[in-house]
Design a protein around this ligand. Structure first.
Ligand code: NAD
Length: 375
């Protein structure tokens, strides 16, 4: 392996840490050598055994001692992955950046815009790579959509409709689960928008190159006792003047991770659905609808370079993470060789900062009686 990394979170049967680990393994560029997978050292050692970390001295009880020790080791980690609850992202990322270690953090990057911009500044000062795992931008057919928008295949973009309905909150409440995402004492100011709406804000940019510039948000609190919004409808202004509509919900019964984006242009439209990620629906005005399939030669270079299996063999969530990590790891390798870039696009700390601005603008818009609010 060319690179070594450490993982924060992922223990105790956590969801996303193991997805990062498997995604990174797909790249073949980095190996897991260290970690602090939870707050419980005994469980951390068990997790390390499960994940074949041979050297127990590189399993840590807390992330600060991990940052310090790994920075001092000659064979210390090249980068750290942060897959812990949101309120820990800022302090963890800062601790590793300060020690000169590259960072890849899950979304949202931080709780406040100030924290997020501080991380961006610190990474810049230290000349370190900083990725943010907006997973849905890692799909090959999203890169195909981006190429088709950029080459003018569907004309001028006039509207984007995007949604992410789920029902995990209702399932969690029914099971009486304790959920850190609902805990306002840990700094949470938003639920549906911060947890999944933020994916959509980035996905618009990944698929079209446009950015959200203003929002008008209306939050719903379902069930009524919820302190944070669980259903969020947001009107958007995009950087080319087009409009958009963004819906995220964690109380949409029957929906899993049903991300869908529809991009409308003056000459045609594009549609991508997470349930069929290898297909992109392409409609040209007055022509029959077509479905572009992943890894067929008619796709763009940018889409093909992150397609791995022969057409027809499904690629999914793990590969989307792998594609983000491929770009991130290639950048670190380029950095180690004195080069500016590894040449593969992936979401960075600047995208993470914009994501935090988006969440705060939505909260402000809703609180001010659904008024247009700039990012
Ligand atoms: N990119 C995506 O598609 C995606 C999907 C799900 C979650 N996420 C993000 O990933 C993060 C984690 O979400 P999750 O669903 O895996 O949560 P989770 O509650 O399932 O897991 C959190 C993990 O962090 C560990 N942890 C808590 N405090 C720690 C500490 N001080 N030191 C080390 N480990 C600690 C917990 O033990 C657990 O293993 C969140 O920021 C969430 O927004 C992203």
């Amino acid at each position: 392996m060319q690179l070594q990394y450490g993982l924060l979170g992922g223990g105790n049967g956590a969801f996303i840490g193991d997805v990062h680990r498997r995604g990174i393994a797909f790249t073949g560029l980095a190996g897991l050598c260290a970690g602090c997978f939870s707050r419980n050292m005994e469980q951390n050692l068990q997790t390390a055994k499960l994940w074949n970390i041979a050297d127990e001295s590189r399993v840590y009880a807390d992330y600060r001692s991990m940052a310090e020790t790994e920075a001092l080791r000659e064979d210390g980690i090249d980068f750290v992955v942060i897959a812990t609850p949101n309120y820990l992202h800022y302090e963890m990322a800062k601790a590793f950046l300060e020690k000169g270690i590259h960072v890849c953090c899950d979304k949202p990057l931080a709780l406040t815009v100030e924290e997020a911009t501080e991380l961006e500044q610190l990474a810049k000062e230290k000349k370190l790579c900083f990725g943010v795992t907006y997973s849905y931008g890692g799909y090959a057919m999203i890169r195909q959509a981006r190429t088709m928008v950029e080459t003018g295949e569907i004309g001028q973009i006039v509207h984007v409709a995007i949604e992410y309905p789920q029902d995990w909150l209702l399932l969690g409440l029914a099971e009486g689960k304790k959920m850190w995402r609902l805990d306002t004492s840990l700094g949470a100011i938003s639920l549906a928008t911060a947890d999944i709406g933020t994916h959509l804000e980035y996905l618009i940019t990944a698929a079209t190159g446009l950015e959200v510039t203003e929002v008008l948000a209306r939050f719903d609190y379902i069930p009524a006792e919820m302190q944070l919004e669980t259903n969020s409808n947001i009107l958007l202004k995009l950087s080319n003047g087009a409009s958009g509509a963004l819906w995220s919900s964690v109380v949409a019964i029957g929906h899993d991770s049903d991300v869908r984006i529809r991009i409308y242009g003056s000459k045609g439209s594009l549609e991508w659905f997470h349930g069929t990620p290898g297909l992109l629906k392409v409609c040209r005005f007055k022509e029959p609808a077509a479905y572009y399939a992943m890894n067929r030669p008619y796709n763009s270079e940018k889409s093909l370079e992150i397609s791995h299996l022969p057409a027809g063999h499904p690629e999914g969530y793990f590969e989307a993470f792998a594609n983000i990590y491929e770009g991130f790891c290639r950048d670190i390798i380029a950095h180690n060789n004195g080069l500016a870039t590894g040449g593969l696009y992936y979401p960075t700390v600047s995208d993470g900062v914009r994501g935090v601005r988006f969440i705060h603008a939505c909260v402000k818009s809703n609180a001010n009686g659904n008024t247009w609010t700039a990012l």
